[in-house]
Design a protein around this ligand. Structure first.
Ligand SMILES: Cc1cc2nc3c(=O)[nH]c(=O)nc-3n(C[C@H](O)[C@H](O)[C@H](O)COP(=O)(O)O)c2cc1C
Length: 168
């Protein structure tokens, strides 16, 4: 698939992103999902890329460290607001969020992390790089608002190895 094929759902992703999408990741012994509203898609190293921003404090961060890949699961016409709220407020350290939010895991096509059946649009991403924010370089007003406790975001760069709408 060419880069523009992977990016043909970009508008659907970017419309939903500020309202929340899921990032689902399979670690050694666990699968977890959480809601994200920050991220971007683009082209890096000549590859289609998704970049997710995950704070150190998230259980998802711990699981991402063990994983080779992750998936981005986007509700397109579905109303998954309640599930996004659960995945965005509860922690996989304490509960099985898939069970509580009524989300069904199904195998992806190319990566080990599963996708979410209830989401029409799914991206499969292979982890290729991660980068921690440099606190000294963040604008002071942003630091005061977002990082008073130094819980900065780590950027997880995922090469998009597949992207598809479920009816296709
Ligand atoms: C709409 C919404 C968007 C969110 N976006 C992000 C995000 O981009 N990055 C992040 O680290 N946390 C984000 N969160 C917070 C996490 O989803 C939340 O802390 C979650 O409970 C972490 O779960 P975990 O401990 O199982 O990883 C968001 C929460 C909501 C409700």
């Amino acid at each position: 698939m060419m880069i523009d094929q992977y990016h043909k759902y970009g508008e659907a992703l970017l419309r939903q992103l500020p309202k929340g999408v899921f990032i689902t990741v399979k670690g050694k012994d666990t699968v977890n999902t959480m809601t994200i509203a920050w991220g971007h898609i683009g082209v890096i190293w000549g590859k289609p890329m998704f970049i997710a921003y995950v704070r150190y404090s998230r259980f998802t961060y711990d699981v991402l460290l063990q994983a080779k890949d992750y998936t981005i699961n986007v509700p397109v016409e579905q109303d998954l607001r309640e599930a996004l709220k659960i995945a965005g407020t509860e922690s996989g350290r304490d509960i099985d969020k898939f069970k509580k939010a009524g989300l069904t895991l199904v195998s992806g096509r190319k990566v080990e992390s599963p996708i979410i059946k209830e989401c029409k649009l799914n991206y499969e991403c292979a982890k290729v790089y991660q980068q921690t924010m440099e606190p000294a370089l963040i604008d002071q007003t942003i630091t005061e608002r977002y990082y008073p406790n130094h819980d900065t975001h780590i950027m997880f760069f995922g090469e998009i190895v597949d992207a598809y709408m479920s009816e296709e």
